[in-house]
Design a protein around this ligand. Structure first.
Ligand SMILES: NC(=O)c1ccc[n+]([C@@H]2O[C@H](COP(=O)([O-])OP(=O)(O)OC[C@H]3O[C@@H](n4cnc5c(N)ncnc54)[C@H](O)[C@@H]3O)[C@@H](O)[C@H]2O)c1
Ligand SMILES: [Zn+2]
Length: 273
């Protein structure tokens, strides 16, 4: 990767009139979070599941909430604690300041459920897979979604099982679960996520001829929702900066591709602004 590519990225960003940040799990890696890439990455983060021989998709399956809630809440309760404990890295603040310097500000589209953009001070965050900081009924008996702020789940990290009491639905008293879109998930309550996505679409429509620059970070190819969103949002202009150490190629062939870790890339760009 050449200095020339970094300079092109800095030029795009300094000429932006609006900034769209698109982020996948790789953006949290520099805060110390695992990205769950492949069984090995998942097992390094969660050795107990390696002993059980379970992949990420098997551990994360919503069926466990009905069949073995202590096991289901073991995984999600542990993640809730991990995302609460982890402090978002400085790259969040750099992006926020770049966005604040543009005429129309910054918006975020992310598949991350960790709530770190909000913690870093972003006001407009569209979470396409929901948020671990909100709960819903397992049934669900209503479309209600409520904050998990008062919830703390006690997890035995040897067995990855949660101890009673487990979170319950205030309406029907049944089991509660995180408002996250899981694999093969038919009972996710999508309204909060859809509302934020609708606001993002309206914002983009109102931008009209303004120079929108898309900065995409840590988005993988396995579940390409974030990559697709970033490529479509930059299809007309080519104004895409893709930051990804292992999967940097851009399908529409334009834009700037930076094969490096997100924080290092953002700090290098900051020096050129
Ligand atoms: N923090 C979270 O909320 C979190 C964490 C893990 C998984 N998930 C969920 O799991 C799914 C995983 O899909 P995904 O595409 O987001 O992740 P992924 O794990 O499939 O891919 C991560 C990508 O990040 C890149 N990457 C690794 N280290 C990086 C770094 N330091 N800087 C920049 N990029 C780096 C990798 O090359 C890869 O392309 C998503 O649906 C997401 O909801 C969420
Ligand atoms: Zn209920």
């Amino acid at each position: 990767m050449s200095d020339q590519e970094l300079a092109r990225a800095a030029e795009l960003i300094s000429g932006a009139e609006a900034l769209l940040v698109c982020a996948g799990a790789g953006f949290g890696v520099d805060s110390g979070l695992p990205d769950f890439r492949g069984d090995e990455g998942f097992w390094r983060a969660y050795p107990p599941y390696e002993r059980l021989g379970l992949s990420f998709t098997e551990a994360a399956d919503p069926i466990h909430f009905a069949e073995d809630p202590a096991f289901a809440w073991g995984f999600y309760g542990h993640r809730l604690q991990m995302y609460r404990r982890t402090v978002p890295h400085r790259g969040f603040e750099l992006l926020r300041s770049w966005g604040a310097a543009t005429e129309h500000g910054a918006r975020v589209f992310t598949s991350n459920v960790d709530g770190h953009f909000q913690r870093a001070g972003f006001e407009h965050v569209a979470e396409c897979h929901g948020s671990i900081h909100h709960l819903q009924c397992l049934e669900p008996c209503t479309d209600d979604v409520w904050p998990a702020d008062d919830v703390s789940v006690d997890v035995d990290t040897d067995t990855m099982r949660a101890r009673e009491p487990l979170p319950s639905c205030p309406n029907c008293g049944g089991m509660a679960r995180p408002n996250i879109l899981m694999f093969g998930d038919w009972s996710w309550v999508p309204q909060p996520s859809e509302a934020r996505l609708g606001e993002l679409t309206a914002w983009r429509r109102d931008l009209r001829a303004s120079r929108l620059v898309v900065v995409e970070l840590g988005a993988g190819t396995a579940i390409p929702s974030v990559r697709r969103h970033a490529e479509l949002a930059s299809a007309g202009s080519g104004a895409l900066v893709r930051i990804n150490p292992r999967e940097p190629e851009i399908r529409h062939g334009r834009g700037v591709s930076l094969p490096m870790p997100a924080l290092e890339a953002l700090e290098s760009i900051e020096k050129l602004l």
